[in-house]
Design a protein around this ligand. Sequence first.
Ligand code: SF4
Length: 360
Amino acid sequence: MNLLNQFKDAKLCKQVLAELTAELKAPFRFMEVCGTHTVAIFQSGLRSLFPENLIHVSGPGCPVCVTHEKEVALFFELAKKDVILATFGDLMRVPGPDKKSLKDLQAEGAKIKVVYSPFDALTLARENPLAKVVFIGVGFETTAPTIAATLKIAKKEKVKNFFVLCLHKLVPPALRALVVDPQLKVEGFLLPGHVSAIIGVKPYLFLAKEYSIPAVIGGFEPLDILQALYLLVKMKNEGKAEIINSYKRVVKTEGNVKAQEVLAEVFQPCAALWRGIGEIPESGLQLREKYADFDAFQVFDLQFPEVPPLKGCKCGEVLKGLIRPDECPLFKKVCTPQHPVGPCMVSTEGSCAAYYKYSL
Ligand code: SF4
């Protein structure tokens, strides 16, 4: 049996699930903060097997979903300028002002290209030297290093027509915003494996030290998830609050030091807007002064437009784990993956899309 198959082994999963169920003597409310975990929990069928006492909610772990409505409106402002917008495909269908999406704007003639990496956007700039190419940078600590590396190349090559609209977000400050919110009452976190592979364990220690909240860094196979939840329940029962790395085959304690160095060279922390949560200090990344020539905010003198939240959409509450997607009045009735009202129904990692696809 290869290594990954071991983490899908039904017999082992049943065993850990039985141990988890036996250990769970009181209800606990845990949150996963990674869209990949959200989907993995559904795809593997684990959601339907969780014991009743295990209240497991999804948090702000989908980068497209947490992109604030003002940030989405900014894409539209930018698309009206004489630029080529380069973006990952997930953003194309996110509803913006007037319920229009970038896909609609593209159909109306705006120059918008879907790319698979920031390097592709840089290539687009090289191939169109007379055009201004703006890459929309959204995502967490996982995607930011490739954008930092692309900017380093662009600077070295002295590319003059490549820009980044940097809207990257950082997970640990968002966790702090969640734990201080008295409405939420999260008793433990299943921490994101991918983000942790970059940042390591240290940035999460405040959860245990300052708020006595246990957390486990988990992988994405069924056994990884069950093991992480078992460890959370065990810590709760023993009155312990620690940060455990149970995804050691991928996540090093210190994280990816090279990626951290590239990030620190190109970006610096700044306040960022999160859909449903609002502005969180030090939770975003902005380009350092030496990269100002590539900063779309500075070059195009951009300001966030004032826009109302999407009418009727409860994405904000879903992203904070306050409601399940099926508790939104629009779920499945008005809002579907074919006609999404909010971003959580658009993104492949969105909770609403996962509920729609996998729940009965
Ligand atoms: S079901 Fe649709 S409208 Fe409701 S919260 Fe999810 S994305 Fe928004």
